[in-house]
Design a binder for this molecule. Structure first.
Ligand SMILES: Nc1ncnc2c1ncn2[C@@H]1O[C@H](COP(=O)(O)OP(=O)(O)O)[C@@H](O)[C@H]1O
Ligand SMILES: [Mg+2]
Length: 215
């Protein structure tokens, strides 16, 4: 599903990834564990084609992400569900509209939007909040909304960058349970964290990122 092959990534003189290779199989759940600044978000950025490696290849489903032209990249990104560290919610839109917007930008028909949005809100436990604005949601609920938005195109690959980073223990547990459920429904899940306790809560393969290496 995911394959990093001899990937080197530098920002200026700073080498963040040094000849890194790893693979993630379809339907795996993988926790990418590493301290702040280790390069977790850089891995995510390369997986969605927002950053390119200096050397090596990043492949998803046997497509080389770092070689995609803008059109291909746009289509590819619809197939990957990404949950960003800072949620990226739209404050002036309701819960429903935040999820609907992700479909509208892809020019999905309104009938499909009105069918699909309640389904994903139900899945993350937010259907009763569909008319609320993000500012009225708790941290855990905001994270659920970000996850709902990532689910809107039924992605087979879900990538979440520190989804529990801003949450207390109880809310973090709820979010990890949700990823566990999505994984059991068949999704490939890659979740990053700086918190070594996540691996105790969430059953999955642990990859560690440290000193420019992933192992
Ligand atoms: N756009 C950028 N330009 C320059 N340096 C960057 C950029 N993005 C990240 N870095 C640096 O690369 C390193 C890894 O960052 P990042 O991938 O965000 O780590 P993590 O997500 O594990 O905290 C850090 O030292 C960070 O300062
Ligand atoms: Mg990060």
């Amino acid at each position: 599903m995911i394959s990093f092959h001899n990937v080197t990534k530098k920002y200026g003189l700073h080498t963040v990834l040094d000849e890194v290779s790893f693979e993630i199989q379809p339907s795996e759940l993988v926790i990418l564990n590493g301290s702040s600044g280790a390069g977790k978000s850089t891995v995510v950025a390369m997986l969605i084609g927002a950053e390119k490696p200096n050397r090596g290849t990043v492949e998803v489903d046997e497509m080389v992400v770092n070689n995609m032209d803008a059109n291909t990249l746009q289509l590819y990104r619809r197939r990957v569900g990404v949950v960003y560290q800072d949620y990226k919610l739209l404050p002036k839109k309701t819960v429903f509209e935040n999820v609907a917007f992700a479909m509208e930008v892809c020019e999905e028909p309104q009938e499909l939007i009105h069918e699909q949005v309640p389904l994903v809100l139900e899945k993350v436990g937010l259907l009763q909040y569909q008319d609320q604005f993000p500012q009225h949601l708790s941290g855990g609920e905001r994270q659920r909304l970000a996850i709902a938005r990532a689910l809107v195109h039924n992605p087979r690959l879900l990538i979440a960058d520190e989804p529990t980073g801003n949450l207390d223990k109880v809310n973090a547990q709820g979010i990890l349970d949700l990823f566990s459920k999505l994984h059991s429904e068949g999704a490939t899940v890659l979740l990053t964290t700086h918190d070594p306790l996540v691996r105790d809560i969430l059953p999955g393969r642990v990859l560690t990122i440290d000193g420019g290496k992933v192992y």
